[in-house]
Design a protein around this ligand. Structure first.
Ligand code: ZN
Ligand code: ZN
Length: 254
């Protein structure tokens, strides 16, 4: 990856069908801050897409961040730690994650790989963490099907609204006027029984938080069929904020 700041979306699937029937790729996204690489929510396939399709050497990854432990956000966590540390030879990889992802019966991190991390931070709402030249703030704890889930901000510029039930509190807590606002926009229409965001929620978030650019991703079948490009156009028209629909492999400089 280049030395400027860049985002790379490995995959854009969200929800059971698009993810686990491989309608779209999964694997989360990478942020390159001037050569420091952060891998966020490495879901299924992340390792293969990185190496085979995007030509990235996993040993260049410095930090892995999980918003929550659900499999579509964490399936390749262990594989990436193995690859990034060169089988334990390199000690430069850090992990920031909720406690429920690393300890307890629902943990997704293998204990023997945990010992290969050079630094681990258990993230808590409202607290900012640092590794190398990367700052990560756990902006808000979300309501998301009983899983401990956090929205995140990277280096005060990239804000990530992970999977969540929409709450008014988001409009107060999330930082305004940042460079990039990524929103896991799983549905087009609001669904009261499901703890995921819709395009209507994304509209409200974009209007109030006024980022320079907004990016939608993490699509269900409903969004996939719309398709997302059309929804992004609608959001751009309504909010006046340039809104992009991430696709598998989308790169965005910022
Ligand atoms: Zn989830
Ligand atoms: Zn999700």
């Amino acid at each position: 990856m280049k030395k400027s700041n860049e985002l790379l979306f490995l995959g854009t699937a969200g929800g059971r069908i698009t993810t686990f029937r491989l309608v779209r790729q999964s694997g989360g996204f990478l942020i390159n801050f001037g050569g420091s690489l952060v891998h966020v929510d490495p879901g299924p396939g992340a390792f293969v897409y990185l190496v085979r399709d995007y030509g990235i050497d996993p040993r260049d990854i410095d930090l892995i961040v999980l918003s929550h432990f659900h499999l579509d956000h964490s399936a390749d966590l262990n594989t990436l730690i193995e690859a990034a540390t060169d089988g334990g030879k390199k000690r430069h990889v850090s992990l920031f994650a909720p406690i429920t992802a690393v300890e307890g019966e629902d943990r997704v991190l293998l204990p023997y790989l945990r010992r290969r991390l050079v630094k681990e931070e258990i993230i808590k709402e409202g607290v900012e963490y640092e590794y190398s030249d990367i700052k990560v703030k756990a902006v808000m704890k979300h309501t998301h099907h009983g899983a401990e889930t956090y929205g995140l901000m990277f280096n005060d510029s990239v804000v990530y609204v992970s999977c969540a039930r929409f709450e008014e509190k988001m409009l107060e807590v999330y930082p305004k006027n940042r460079d990039i606002l990524i929103i896991n926009t799983t549905f087009y229409n609001r669904r009261s029984a499901v703890d995921h965001l819709s395009s209507e929620d994304a509209r409200v978030l974009i209007e109030v938080l006024k980022p320079k650019r907004a990016i939608i991703t993490h699509y269900s079948m409903e969004m996939h069929q719309k398709p997302p490009e059309k929804v992004a156009e609608e959001l751009t028209d309504i909010t006046g904020v340039e809104t992009l629909a991430a696709q598998d492999g989308t790169r965005i400089e910022f």
